[in-house]
Design a protein around this ligand. Structure first.
Ligand SMILES: Nc1ncnc2c1ncn2[C@@H]1O[C@H](COP(=O)(O)OP(=O)(O)OP(=O)(O)O)[C@@H](O)[C@H]1O
Ligand SMILES: [Mg+2]
Length: 330
């Protein structure tokens, strides 16, 4: 059975097509990752699926319920972890969870048990009585995940669950997400900017750009369709470098990003000397060369012509993190 069925869904803001005719299905019990640059339409797509925004056109079913005609049933069957932090800092962890349980009409007699259960899943059982404002960023994120689970949803939506956290905390959160999926069988739908983490966590990913899904498959298949090796060249004059390299008949593709040119070839180790000779002939200075198998980053670059590096996470995120650091209440 499919947890999600989306058919030609769009959301327009004036002339902007934030989501533009997206169709996709997500199988129950899987982890699905939605990847895309800032402003691609990830949050808008998720907001429609969780019934917080009405589509301009198209339709979707979540757990078999129609998102416009059966919004209440959709809401009861899903959990959400928003991109922006949404805990009440003044309350304790337990109070935050109780508030949520009450909002979702979890019966009083089972609330206590549920809270104990979800807090253990994210390893925060020792901090239940602590005010949330004393929590680290990672602890808050884990508590938000726990909160999204209190009413036993079949699907959990996570919009950028690890943005702005340090690598170790991010790894911990991904472990919790995988555990939830494996042990509890919860379908997970997430968005992320971290390609390698999406690669190791998601069974399927969709790449979204300018409101459209441009690639949809397992990370393995997406990487395999690129094939071969990627030679990454740091050089001066990237435009000229791309022009010259593109003319070689054994080059499958060459794209520039930042001060780099990424070249896709078969048997990369044999091609490096040839490329270096070509650069020398044309007087293009080369600073460094490296060779790797295609990653999801390369897939992303191939389909969108852009990279999705952490430092490109965008000014909105930077602002959010600063606000968080200064302890602003939303
Ligand atoms: N309420 C709104 N009114 C007008 N435009 C909006 C609104 N919400 C989103 N947009 C625009 O729709 C586009 C998609 O935004 P969305 O937040 O879905 O992107 P995103 O992929 O989640 O980006 P990010 O990675 O930064 O979170 C952007 O151009 C954004 O400016
Ligand atoms: Mg977003």
């Amino acid at each position: 059975m499919n947890a999600i069925e989306v058919e030609g869904i769009s959301k327009h803001y004036g002339s902007l097509r934030a989501v533009d005719g997206v169709s996709l299905s997500i199988e129950s019990g899987t982890i699905f990752g939605l990847l895309g640059p800032n402003g691609a339409g990830k949050t808008t797509l998720i907001a429609m699926l969780v019934t917080m925004r009405r589509p301009t056109s198209g339709s979707a079913r979540v757990n078999g319920f129609d998102i416009t005609k059966q919004a209440d049933s959709v809401r009861k069957s899903i959990g959400i972890v928003f991109q922006d932090p949404s805990l009440d800092d003044e309350l304790t962890a337990r109070e935050n969870l109780e508030l949520h349980a009450a909002m979702y009409a979890v019966p009083k007699q089972v609330r206590h048990g549920r809270i104990e259960e979800v807090i253990k899943l994210v390893g925060l059982e020792k901090h239940l009585k602590q005010q949330v404002k004393t929590f680290s960023g990672g602890m808050k994120r884990r508590l938000e995940i726990a909160r999204g689970l209190v009413h036993h949803p079949k699907i959990l939506f996570l919009d950028e669950p690890t943005i702005g956290l340090d690598p170790q905390t991010r790894a911990g959160i991904w472990d919790y997400i995988k555990k939830l999926n494996e042990k509890e069988g919860i379908t997970i739908i997430l968005t992320t900017h971290y390609m390698d983490e999406a690669d190791s966590t998601c069974q399927r990913v969709g790449i979204i750009d300018s409101g459209k899904i441009i690639a949809l498959d397992t990370p393995e298949n997406l990487k395999n369709t690129l094939g071969g090796d990627v030679i990454s060249i740091k050089c001066g004059g990237t435009d000229q470098c791309v022009n010259e390299i593109s003319q070689l008949k054994w080059v499958k593709g060459a794209v520039k990003h930042g001060g780099f040119v990424d070249v896709r070839v078969e048997k990369g180790e044999e091609k490096i000397p040839k490329i270096l000779r070509l650069m020398e002939q044309h007087g293009i200075p080369v600073e460094s060369v490296s060779l790797h198998k295609p990653s999801l980053d390369d897939v992303f670059l191939h389909y969108t012509g852009k990279t999705i590096r952490e430092d490109e996470a965008g000014p909105r995120d930077a602002m959010r993190l600063r606000r968080r650091a200064w302890g602003h209440r939303k």
